[in-house]
Every structure is written in structure tokens, then in C-alpha cells.
Design a protein around this ligand. Structure first.
Ligand code: AMP
Ligand code: MG
Length: 423
């Protein structure tokens, strides 16, 4: 299956899931979390015609011919309210105004202070305007940004600093959010040991459990790290069943073609349905996506029965770079959907390739790369790497260069697509 087909498949299943539980939290605690309510404008925004420059509120018609001398009849600063009739702009008049202040009645434009010259006359205060302007210049009309009641942030929106600003601006000090999905992380492999153990000569620390937990959190989920499963059917099955108690199960390792790669077999025993077992990508070719339970259960609730609700799982290859890449490509959209987020398309950026790439055709490649350059001159080059097990290469990289399956050689100076690494 091609990368695009596999991704679309996950997106289709993700479109069918949604969180149920909602909680109310303080606004700032909602950073990175998903709104379960709509945020509406509580009043017009801006609530009054708001000056965007320091200067004079005028009638544009009065400054059609320049220089024009206007009588200064008042001043409004931010926070002042120009009471109509008390502080209004009549013909031939102007009111001094500061950025952020409400436009007085009668004015239809603001002249920047830079285009005026104050004049000291003994009896009246005058200002000379030296540039004409059009109606509507240098202020934002009331309600131009939003009308009272208008939808500002939709349900399913993940709160970032701009979303927080929006909610704050309408007085939402507490917000309703979806509960974070619980995502079980299950590493498999006889050679894998916990990171605080002293590894034997042939043992590998369980870094995948940590990278995945970090990626889960970053995608808006709550990671539940399970014990390491050995390459032994019984124990693996017990831990898979435990993992299926969460909202989603991520497995690493044991999905290749080796004699001890038992994950698919054990999932098969649990009557899993597989949507794909492998995608034409590198790294991460053996990636598996499927589900267990939901509908096929007899409801007896005996140990070993499939879970009553359909639970999705991903079997990610154990090589650490493959694990991290396949998470981003396939597991992330499912976690986002379980977290209540509206679907996010996968977006590739483009940059100049700094040095030539040679590869083989047949697979879409996501190769760890370093994006550099300055301002608009983004350049990218592959990180030196020893293959899918090279965590150090990925830690040096900040993106992936994406190489289409039909390209064998990409010259320096070509535009290449890249996928930014999130978090
Ligand atoms: P597998 O997919 O089980 O064939 O594993 C592929 C490679 O990834 C092997 O070299 C493993 O030692 C390594 N690996 C598997 N699981 C982990 C893990 N949890 N943390 C770090 N490396 C792992
Ligand atoms: Mg293994």
C-alpha cells in the first residue's frame, strides 16, 4: 500500500472516533488541549470604532483641500469615552486622539500626528492638517473584527497562544475541554530493558517507550507506559489485552518478518482486524494498523474476549527512527481525533536541497535532515545516519526530507519537500 493510501485509511477511521468526556479547566491550563465548546464573541469587537494611530479625529471632507486649519475641541486617550455632544467632531473641528481610543461622534477618519502641525493662537487651539485622507482611514469600525455572538473558536480547536488570547478577550477564564485520550505504549523485544537498568552486552534500553510517550503527549494524549513485553506469546498477549483497555494501543517492535516477531500473530489470536500490514515507506515499512473488538464480542466479559468497544492499535517497527517517523505519519491523526481535534492535514514545506541525494526507487522516504539558512533562504540537507536505528542522527535533525518513490537522484539546488518534526 502506498504512503498516501495508508494515511488516508487512518484519516478515514479517525473521522469516526470522538471523545465523550468533557471537563472544565482554567484557561491557561487549556494550552495544547482541545475545546469541547464553541467560543463566541460576547460583544462587538472592537466594541467601539478604535483609532489605530495617534493624531486627530476629523471629517475627511474638511481636509479635502490642504493645508486645512481645524479647531481642536478636545482630546480622547485610550480608556476615555467621548460623550456625544460633549466631545464630538463638527464641521471644521478636530479632536486629538490616541491609538486605541474611541473615535468621537462626527469623525470619519483619523489624521496621523506626523501629518499635522499644532498652531498656537491666543484664543482658539488650531491644528494644521497637511495631508488629505479618505473616510475610514486609521480606525477600525465597531464590530469589524467580530459581531456579538459570532463564532470565534470552534469545538475541536486545539488551544495555542492565539486561541488563548481569543478566549481571554471574550472573558472566558475557564473553558470546557475534552478529556485527553489514554494511549497505551507497549514495547516488545527480549533484548529491551528499562532505562534505569544496567543493560547486558546484548541488551538495548527501552527508548521507544519514552519517545512514544513524549510524542503522545505532544499530540494531545496521555501516555500509559506498560511493562516491556518479551517475545513470548502468553505474556505479550496479556500485555496487549491490558493495553486495549486504553483508548488506543501503540506497540513497538515485533512487526517485521523475523521468527520472533509475534505481534501480528497475537493480535490475530485476539481477532484483530488489520487495515494495513506494511506501507511503501522508509523508514517504517512494516507498520501495522488495525482494531480489536467492537461488535464481535459475545459480551460475556471473560478474560481473553475482545474489548466491547472497538479499539484501534498501531504496530510500529522497533527501530527507533522508524518508531518516531511512523508515529508522526500514522498514529498522530488517530490520537488527535480521539482528543477531539478537527482533522489536520499533513502539510509538507519546501526548501532548497544543499547537497545531492542518491537513493533507490520504490519507497517514499522520510529521511532525517537538517533545515538551516536564514530568512527566506531555507536550505536542507540529509543528516548523516546509519539507518533506522540511529537515534543520534534523528536528535541532530530537525525535519525529514521527503523523497518520492520514483526518484533515484536529487540534485543539489532542487526544491525538495520536507516534513517538520513536531515538538
Ligand atoms: P524489531 O522491530 O522488533 O525487529 O526491532 C528492530 C530494532 O529496534 C532492533 O534493533 C531492536 O533492538 C530495536 N528496538 C526494538 N524495541 C526497542 C525499544 N523499545 N527501544 C529501543 N530500541 C528498540
Ligand atoms: Mg523485536
Amino acid at each position: 500500500m502506498s504512503f498516501e493510501e495508508a494515511r488516508h485509511l487512518v484519516e478515514r477511521f479517525a473521522a469516526g472516533v470522538s471523545p465523550e468526556e468533557v471537563e472544565t479547566v482554567d484557561l491557561l491550563a487549556g494550552l495544547g488541549r482541545v475545546l469541547a465548546e464553541e467560543i463566541l464573541a460576547d460583544r462587538d469587537s472592537p466594541p467601539f470604532a478604535r483609532a489605530t494611530r495617534d493624531g486627530y479625529a476629523v471629517r475627511a471632507a474638511d481636509v479635502a483641500e490642504i493645508p486645512a486649519r481645524l479647531e481642536v475641541v478636545g482630546e480622547v486617550k485610550a480608556g476615555d469615552w467621548p460623550e456625544p455632544g460633549v466631545c464630538s467632531v463638527g464641521r471644521g473641528q478636530a479632536v486629538g486622539i490616541m491609538t486605541g481610543a474611541p473615535l468621537p461622534e462626527g469623525a470619519d477618519a483619523v489624521v496621523m500626528v506626523e501629518h499635522t502641525l499644532p498652531m498656537r493662537e491666543p484664543a482658539v487651539k488650531l491644528v494644521e492638517v497637511r495631508r488629505s485622507i479618505s473616510v475610514g482611514e486609521n480606525f477600525v469600525p465597531r464590530g469589524a473584527e467580530a459581531r456579538a455572538g459570532q463564532l470565534l473558536l470552534d469545538r475541536g480547536r486545539r488551544l495555542d497562544h492565539a486561541g488563548i488570547a481569543m478566549a481571554a478577550s471574550v472573558g472566558k477564564s475557564r473553558v470546557q475541554l475534552f478529556r485527553k485520550p489514554r494511549v497505551a505504549v507497549l514495547s516488545t523485544g527480549d533484548e529491551v530493558v528499562e532505562i534505569d537498568a544496567t543493560p547486558g552486552p546484548a541488551q538495548i534500553r527501552n527508548s521507544n517507550s519514552y519517545s512514544l510517550a513524549a510524542q503522545v503527549q505532544n499530540a494531545g494524549g496521555e501516555a500509559v507506559r506498560l511493562e516491556i513485553a518479551p517475545d513470548e506469546r502468553g505474556r505479550l498477549r496479556t500485555l496487549i489485552e491490558k493495553g486495549l483497555g486504553s483508548d488506543l494501543l501503540l506497540l513497538t517492535g515485533g512487526v517485521s518478518m523475523g521468527k520472533y516477531d509475534l505481534v501480528e500473530q497475537v493480535l490475530g489470536e485476539l481477532k484483530a482486524e488489520f487495515y494495513f500490514t506494511g506501507a511503501e515507506i522508509q523508514p517504517g515499512r512494516p507498520v501495522v494498523f488495525g482494531s480489536c473488538g467492537g461488535g464481535s464480542s459475545t459480551g460475556s466479559g471473560r478474560a481473553g474476549d475482545p474489548p466491547p468497544h472497538k479499539k484501534y492499535f498501531f504496530g510500529l517497527p522497533g527501530n527507533p527512527v522508524s518508531t518516531m517517523v511512523t508515529f508522526e505519519l500514522f498514529a498522530r491523526p488517530m490520537i488527535e481525533a480521539l482528543a477531539g481535534m478537527a482533522p489536520q492535514p499533513l502539510i509538507f514545506l519546501r526548501a532548497w536541497l544543499k547537497s545531492e541525494i542518491r537513493t533507490k526507487t520504490g519507497l517514499k522516504r522520510f529521511l532525517p535532515a537538517v533545515l538551516s539558512g536564514e530568512f527566506e533562504n531555507a536550505e536542507v540537507e540529509l543528516a548523516r545516519w546509519q539507518g533506522s536505528g540511529d537515534i543520534a542522527a534523528l536528535a541532530r535533525a530537525n525535519c525529514y526530507v521527503v523523497i518520492p518513490p520514483d526518484r533515484e537522484r536529487i540534485e543539489a539546488g532542487e526544491w525538495v519537500s520536507l516534513l517538520m518534526r513536531s515538538g
